[in-house]
Ligand binder design. Structure first.
Ligand SMILES: [Zn+2]
Length: 138
């Protein structure tokens, strides 16, 4: 089983490799969250009003080593693009909406994450529905 420490290390590698120009300007916490059928990851502010913390939460299913690492890398990178574009981070907000106009995928491509994004998409399309059927108990 992967744990939060493993996830933090992966995030560190993703930041160093693909986001070397993006300054982490506040406390950024990255951790596994609940098991979720749909959402792969989220980014949110903590409760503190002044200088709020940022929380990136990754689907709890991704602790399972049957999920390929590139799926998690792509999910982390997606949330880190939001961070860099000023959504739930101290950076200036670059767009009015977080997803409209494929602004996230465009930046992922610019940062050299196109292949990983494609791998993630293909893997999810092929496997996710079955995985959920086998592993999600309501
Ligand atoms: Zn998003």
């Amino acid at each position: 089983m992967r744990d939060d420490k493993w996830l933090k290390n992966l995030a560190k590698r993703v930041l160093q490799r693909y986001f070397p120009d993006v300054e982490i300007k506040n406390n950024l916490f990255i951790r596994f969250g609940r098991f979720n059928k749909q959402r792969l990851g989220t980014i949110k502010f903590g409760r503190r009003k002044e200088d709020p913390n940022t929380f990136i939460t990754i689907n709890g299913f991704f602790k399972d080593e049957n999920i390929p690492e590139f799926v998690i890398t792509a999910t982390l990178a997606h949330e880190l693009v939001h961070y860099s574009q000023g959504f739930f981070s101290p950076h200036p907000q670059l767009h009015r909406y977080p997803h409209r106009g494929s602004v996230v995928n465009r930046e992922l491509t610019e940062r050299g994450l196109d292949d990983i994004l494609k791998l993630q998409k293909e893997w999810l399309k092929k496997n996710w529905a079955d995985y959920i059927k086998k592993n999600y108990y309501v």
